[in-house]
Design a protein around this ligand. Structure first.
Ligand code: AMP
Ligand code: MG
Length: 400
């Protein structure tokens, strides 16, 4: 087991420990939210024929000139075609999205004419291919439309539909929806619906926060368990029974060096292969990563903000690795601190922040046990190790 490793090393180990799940075939119409496990190529040109980008008149550029009059031989709306001849003194009236007739090489905008349905007077000359959308302007048949690893939503689904790939008979290879088990431990915890807190007890918040984040990321929660205890054999049993129905296990609590940090006792009971423990960052440094029956088990600190932050930094890349879709980290941008951050640490520190227009403000509360100061924040600001950062310092911000 590696100990006390850098964030980068931890990410590298997480990614190399897991393989993307074996692909399954799904009807394309039912694949929203899934990650493609194959490259998808365009079966057609889009658009399939040259089309008019505006309302106007199609004609032959060589015969255009200011003041030239043309006879309108047809009026074509989007959805119909005109394949007939168009002579030097003729034009075809077109609406936006209509096919440009084969004999025409440009379209003059309605506003550049005195146009009617019988004749049209041009106000200017046109160059060949002016206002002309070519066949395959968007993509050509055979082009790589969506590479494997693309999550099918929004624009990607629009692209599939545009290429005729959302026909009912089309199937795609995708990664199965991830199934996670989330298990929160701790003697001091009581269920969130307990009417009154007993002495020394707190409500468990991690399960609610992390379950919601997992669902937001499209993960199916097959097991959501709070043990309300620090009992190693009981936790081992809970993990053991969760394993067959999930692709990964997340736990919170019990990973530090205290008397009740039971993961150290639990993992041997599970025959787990421990890959790393403790990462050089704040908060959440006692992060632990193991494999149990070949499945990843990521154990987060129980401190609510530590659990939330290390979820974004480590659990998301793990989920992405299982789905074969990119690095999974939040998007990083450069941002300028709008006030001093004088606290120094010997390790990089990830603090909640609010980024607006490149300016980053950090709330007052930074402790790993605090949740309230995170409300309204939209990123994790990365304060480099050793640095004290005066206002105006540029730091990296991970957008959440
Ligand atoms: P641990 O990681 O078990 O050492 O817990 C660190 C801190 O986080 C302690 O103050 C715990 O009481 C608190 N904590 C652990 N689990 C939870 C939870 N599910 N919800 C809220 N706080 C928790
Ligand atoms: Mg504990």
């Amino acid at each position: 087991m590696e100990q006390n490793i850098s964030v980068e090393r931890a990410l590298e180990m997480l990614r190399s420990a897991v393989q993307p799940l074996p692909p399954v075939r799904r009807r394309a119409t039912e694949a929203e939210g899934f990650v493609l496990a194959e490259d998808v190529f365009a079966p057609i040109h889009q658009p399939p024929w040259p089309r008019s980008p505006l309302d106007g008149y199609a004609l032959r550029a060589a015969y255009s000139a200011p003041g030239a009059a043309k006879r309108v031989v047809a009026t074509i709306c989007a959805g119909s075609c005109y394949d007939g001849p168009v002579g030097p003194k003729e034009a075809v009236r077109l609406m936006t999205g209509a096919p440009i007739p084969p004999e025409c090489d440009c379209v003059i905008a309605q506003e550049d004419t005195d146009g009617g349905t019988e004749t049209v007077l041009l106000h200017r000359a046109l160059r060949p291919w002016e206002n002309y959308c070519f066949t395959g302007e968007d993509y050509r048949r055979g082009a790589l439309l969506l590479p494997q690893g693309t999550r099918l939503r929004g624009l990607a689904l629009g692209l599939l539909a545009s290429a005729g790939l959302l026909r009912r008979d089309v199937e795609l290879a995708v990664r199965p929806r991830l199934r996670a088990a989330l298990i929160c431990t701790g003697d001091e915890l009581v269920p969130a619906d307990t009417p009154e807190l007993g002495p020394g007890k707190i409500y468990s918040s991690n399960a609610w926060l992390l379950a919601s984040r997992l669902r937001m990321l499209g993960v199916e929660l097959t097991v959501l368990r709070e043990t309300f205890s620090d009992d190693a054999p009981a936790l081992a049993e809970t993990v053991r029974s969760a394993l067959p129905g999930c692709d990964l296990v997340l736990t919170t609590g019990g990973v530090s060096v205290g008397a009740k940090d039971i993961l150290h006792e639990t993992l041997p009971l599970l025959g787990a292969e421990r890959l790393f423990w403790r990462v050089r960052l704040k908060p959440g440094s006692p992060l632990m990563f193991s494999l149990v029956d070949g499945k990843p088990l990521l154990s987060l600190s129980g401190n609510p903000f530590a659990a939330a932050a290390t979820f974004e930094l480590f659990a998301r890349p793990l989920l992405a690795a299982l789905e074969g879709c990119g690095e999974g980290l939040p998007t990083a941008v450069r941002a300028t601190l709008d006030a001093d951050f004088p606290k120094r640490a010997s390790v990089p520190r990830y603090v909640r922040g609010r980024l607006t227009d490149g300016r980053l403000s950090l709330p007052a509360g930074h402790s790993s046990g605090q949740l309230a100061s995170g409300l309204g924040t939209n990123c994790l600001a990365e304060i480099p190790a050793g640095a004290s950062c005066p206002a105006g310092t540029e730091v990296r911000a991970w957008l959440l």
